[in-house]
Design a binder for this molecule. Sequence first.
Ligand code: HEC
Ligand code: HEC
Length: 143
Amino acid sequence: MAAAAFVLSTSLLAQDRPQSLRGATPITETSKVDQYQRGPDQGPIPRDYVQQPPLIPHKIDGYRIDLNFNKCMDCHAWSKAKEAGATKVSLTHFRDQASGAELANISPSRYFCNQCHVPQVDAKPLVGNDFKPVDALAQPGRK
Ligand code: HEC
Ligand code: HEC
């Protein structure tokens, strides 16, 4: 009886649990997240809330970020943004998270841009959500 109840409750749990984008693909294999189609490059996508890392409105295929080089900063650094027509990286990205000190270069905790910024794809939301920003802080154009 106890065993039956356990089986029942775990199967219910499995049903309720949202699936991650990589689904059941083990970490040792490349996931098929790429199956999601990216639309053409467009203007910035309105943010849903003020603290949201803006979605990337352009392709990032082959943009390398490693110890020596950060392709994103080629256009988003303050010194390059104007020429590239890109948005400058946020001022908050130069702040040391622990001490709050302003740094001379991008904070190590902001170096790997794709930890927070992702290109938009046409993917169904994993879970339902009816969040709405307060009117005063809503970005124009947001659905
Ligand atoms: C070749 C230049 C170039 C490179 C390299 C580049 N970007 Fe961009 N990015 C742009 C431009 C130009 C825009 C602005 C598009 C517009 O305003 O229509 C932009 C916009 C963005 C935005 C949207 C900003 C907003 O306010 O909504 C984000 C986020 C972003 N890029 C992140 C990245 C990340 C992360 C990388 C590296 C993986 C990267 N970009 C690499 C040129 C570049
Ligand atoms: C730890 C998460 C995180 C990382 C890593 C990160 N960002 Fe951001 N980014 C954010 C958030 C959150 C915002 C919006 C709030 C803000 O400005 O801090 C933002 C804002 C931006 C903006 C818009 C600035 C504006 O004035 O509207 C750009 C462009 C951007 N980031 C580019 C980058 C690039 C390029 C990198 C890598 C060098 C990067 N970010 C790394 C979280 C992150």
